[in-house]
Design a protein around this ligand. Structure first.
Ligand SMILES: [Zn+2]
Length: 309
């Protein structure tokens, strides 16, 4: 008799919390768990992740062991196997998947959290069935991932889709629009006017602060958009810049679908407002690329980690 394929465990290792799910072979969530990420202590992180894997395995003790995938900020160096570029800085320079494999005894696959988000949305989310999906994280930072035929394309440098540190091409802004903001935003990566400095949550807050002299978070500014003229103006400029920045992605990989995730994406009408501005910037007489909100919302990171197997 043919045995059924194993379940999949996905773990999202965030800066403040660890989330885990166990998916059935067809993608239903059978088990969920959430706990705090130990702060600044790598060995404790490995201990807690080991416990999380064990609990998820023991949640269905009669089934064969599930596969285990992890999504984490940063990327894994092909050269050394070590994690790099992670804002959970204690995992940088560590071989997290190997250390966790030794601790828990199961093979581990790991991918960038934006890649996991994209994979989840490409497999059974907003981009399901589409050949090329570009997943976008608009949150504390700006990241992205590329899925082709429901498979991740990590790239030889493990940075495919990292459009957040390309320059925002401000000189190409629609000439009908005057940018009421100062150029030359410094980025932590050492460059200036990275897309992230304009489209991240802190970027939205910086735009609002420059226009009003007041300090609010992106969530406060965009929730809801419109009761004040200034919040509407910040939103309109944001959508214009997002369309401008995404047009450079469309010109290169021509995706069928762009899925928006991350905290800033939880803004009503954001996808449609970006969509209607694309035609001005894309090198085409029509734009069939669909900009969509994430289907699985905040759960896409952890679901995508499970889909790494
Ligand atoms: Zn940068």
């Amino acid at each position: 008799m043919k045995s059924s394929p194993p379940d999949r465990i996905g773990i999202d290792l965030g800066g403040t919390k660890i989330e885990a799910v166990r998916l059935s072979p067809t993608g239903e969530i059978r088990y969920r768990h959430r706990c705090a990420t130990p702060h600044g202590d790598y060995d404790r992180i490995i201990d807690v992740l080991t416990e999380v894997v064990e609990m998820a395995q023991l949640s269905f003790p009669d089934l064969e062991p599930a596969t285990v995938g992890i999504g984490a900020p940063g990327a894994r160096s092909h050269k050394t196997g070590m994690i790099k570029n992670s804002n959970t800085t204690v995992i940088n320079g560590k071989n997290l998947p190997e250390d966790l494999e030794q601790a828990c005894g199961y093979p581990i696959r790991i991918a960038n959290d934006a890649d996991c988000f994209t994979l989840s949305e490409a497999i059974d989310g907003a981009g399901a069935g589409q050949a090329v999906v570009f997943g976008v994280i608009l949150g504390t930072g700006v990241g992205g991932g590329i899925c082709i035929d429901q498979k991740l394309t990590p790239g030889v440098n493990s940075i495919a889709g990292e459009w957040g540190h390309n320059p925002m091409p401000l000189d190409r802004l629609n000439s009908a629009i005057t940018l009421p903001l100062t150029r030359g935003r410094d980025c932590y990566c050492g460059q200036r006017d990275c897309i992230e400095t304009w489209l991240s949550g802190p970027g939205v807050a910086a735009s609002y602060a420059e226009m009003t002299g007041k300090s609010l978070t992106a969530k406060q500014i965009f929730d809801p958009v419109g009761p004040k003229a200034t919040t509407q103006m910040v939103f309109d400029i944001y959508c214009e810049l997002a369309a401008l920045a995404l047009s450079t992605v469309i010109n290169v990989i021509d995706p069928a679908c762009i899925v928006l995730g991350g905290g800033v994406s939880n803004t009503d009408h954001l996808a449609s407002a970006i969509q209607k501005r694309l035609l001005h910037y894309v090198f085409s007489d029509q734009v069939d690329t669909q900009v969509m909100a994430a289907h699985h919302g905040d759960a896409s990171g952890v679901r995508g980690a499970a889909w790494l197997w």
